[in-house]
Ligand binder design. Structure first.
Ligand SMILES: *[C@@H]1O[C@H](CO)[C@@H](O)[C@H](O)[C@H]1NC(C)=O
Ligand SMILES: *[C@@H]1O[C@H](CO)[C@@H](O)[C@H](O)[C@H]1NC(C)=O
Ligand SMILES: *[C@@H]1O[C@H](CO)[C@@H](O)[C@H](O)[C@H]1NC(C)=O
Length: 472
């Protein structure tokens, strides 16, 4: 008995040494319990916000649907804990965003989770730790693993897509990612792709699904993840994967053509703002639902009838003394929404105070205000927009827009006989604020202001109050 166990152990080691191509992906089996042999599960992504931003409402609906479908398990496609993953195994966010939220009886099932980019901004090993499973038995989270169910009916290949995204390494912005156990990156990715390919080839499942955090085909804000198109899709195609499921874009979505891999997005676990859709071939885009939340901030208005207009303006500035004309220009966040909606007369019909244009002049007695659209000056919005989509309609070609604007402004200021000449823009020229100096305005706008003896430049963008200047 002892010798045979020992022999077995040695044989196992031998196998590993001899067969270098052995996959290291953990395999799990989820038993089918329903008498008809069927299986059903929910997929949710982008959720952990301690119940806020409608997470609790979505959880409630999941409970109802989960009961109707008699679900067997739940799949989480990542971004489990906002904004920055978990700090450690004892981070109370685990309970606040998971255990205390998904409380309904139909959701007391195994959860199979992968990590999203926001999870990588925290302590990854904490989120993968067994200690969490001791706190809540439902929690199972790994970087990559394989789940089979129904003896060959379905196999789900969970893939850690985060290390694929080059930007997180070369241009992480203000974020710090926990890449421990991921570096060297190229090796991690090639091992993962190798193991995945091996597991897919071994699979005789009727249905092969791949799950990852990032989108491959998506009309959502974040757009296509080119690295996955280049590196993951060929392996999925070669191995006849049926379905790829992701989160990341906060929407529900189905893209696909007959006979090809179907792409599903389920990223509506919380904060599913309305209006985050980009063009996609309508023959392929079968479903897109971007939720109902909305805001002036962060992404402008999504149309003339966006209720944010009332919620953020009419219903807020209600006091008697503020029932005056408002003269507005656009900021960068307004350009992230539908600009023509924000400029529309329809808003003025809803609230007579609203007047918003890209650039215009207001004179009053002794003063002239020159309102200037500073957004198109900022090069970064064009060359490195990050996750944002700007509505540049009627702005392009950019150089022409800027040179026309500067020409017109110069002309108008030269004509002005006003005692006081003020220029108003969104972006700072001299500022000690976080966003810093807008170099493009220093180079292009400031000379015109100086030449024409403008007295004052007023801006926003930096969320502060500030006065910079020298006499004269
Ligand atoms: C929750 O969803 C409602 C629409 O159902 C939306 O009006 C609201 O803005 C959302 N709230 C938050 C905090 O996202
Ligand atoms: C991350 O969490 C693990 C527990 O899983 C802990 O051992 C480690 O110290 C944490 N790291 C940091 C930097 O806090
Ligand atoms: C933007 O708003 C205008 C109304 O001002 C509307 O005609 C247009 O369809 C909207 N565009 C999008 C992409 O929703």
């Amino acid at each position: 008995m002892k010798t045979s166990v020992l022999f077995g152990v040695i044989l196992m080691f031998l196998c590993i040494f001899i067969n270098g191509s052995l996959s290291k992906l953990q395999r799990l089996e989820h038993p089918v319990t329903k008498s008809d042999g069927s299986l059903s599960f929910l997929v949710v992504g982008d959720w952990g916000r301690k119940g806020e931003f409608n997470q609790s409402l979505v959880a409630h609906q999941m409970g109802i649907v989960g009961e109707q479908l008699e679900i067997d398990f739940v799949v989480s496609v990542g971004d489990n804990f906002y904004d920055d993953g978990l700090i450690g195994e004892n981070d109370p966010s685990f309970e606040a965003s998971f255990s205390h939220i998904y409380t309904q009886s139909s959701l007391q099932k195994q959860w199979y989770s992968v990590l999203g980019n926001h999870d990588y901004r925290g302590n990854v090993s904490a989120q993968l730790s067994q200690v969490l499973t001791q706190k809540d038995w439902r929690w199972f989270c790994r970087r990559s693993f394989v789940l089979s169910s129904g003896s060959g009916m379905v196999e789900i290949f969970f893939v850690d897509t985060n290390p694929f995204v080059e930007k997180y390494f070369t241009d992480p912005g203000d974020h710090t990612y926990d890449w421990s156990n991921v570096l060297p990156r190229k090796k991690y990715i090639s091992n993962l792709l190798h193991d995945l390919d091996l597991e897919l080839k071994k699979s005789h499942a009727t249905w092969k699904f791949v799950v990852g955090h990032h989108g491959i085909k998506t009309a959502g804000d974040h757009g296509v993840t080119q690295e996955l198109v280049d590196q993951l899709v060929p392996i999925m195609e070669e191995n006849k994967v049926d379905l790829y499921i992701n989160g990341h874009d906060h929407c529900l979505q189905h893209i696909g053509s007959d006979g090809e891999i179907q792409f599903l997005t389920s990223g509506g676990g919380s904060k599913a703002w309305r209006g985050g859709i980009m063009p996609w071939d309508p023959k392929e885009l079968k479903l897109y639902y971007d939720g109902q939340g909305d805001n002036f901030y962060d992404d402008g208005l999504n149309g003339e009838n966006d209720p944010s207009f009332e919620a953020s303006f009419s219903h807020i500035y209600t006091q008697h003394s503020l029932q005056k004309q408002w003269y507005s220009i656009l900021g960068n966040h307004d350009y992230m929404g539908n600009v023509s909606a924000q400029l529309s007369q329809v808003l003025t019909q809803k609230d007579w105070r609203w007047f918003c244009r890209r650039s215009f002049i207001l004179s009053s007695g002794m003063v002239e205000f020159f309102f200037v659209d500073t957004n198109p000056f900022v090069e970064q919005y064009f060359t490195d927009p990050g996750d944002h989509t700007y509505d540049w309609s009627n702005v392009l070609p950019r150089k022409k827009y800027i040179s026309n604007l500067l020409h017109d402004l110069d002309l108008e200021i030269k004509k002005s006989r006003a005692t006081w000449k003020f220029v108003v823009g969104h972006h700072g020229i001299k500022t000690a604020g976080q966003h810093g100096v807008t170099q493009e305005l220093v180079d292009l706008l400031l000379p015109i202001l100086e030449e024409n003896k403008v007295d004052l430049y007023i801006n926003g963008h930096d969320h502060c109050l500030q006065h910079i200047g020298s006499d004269g």
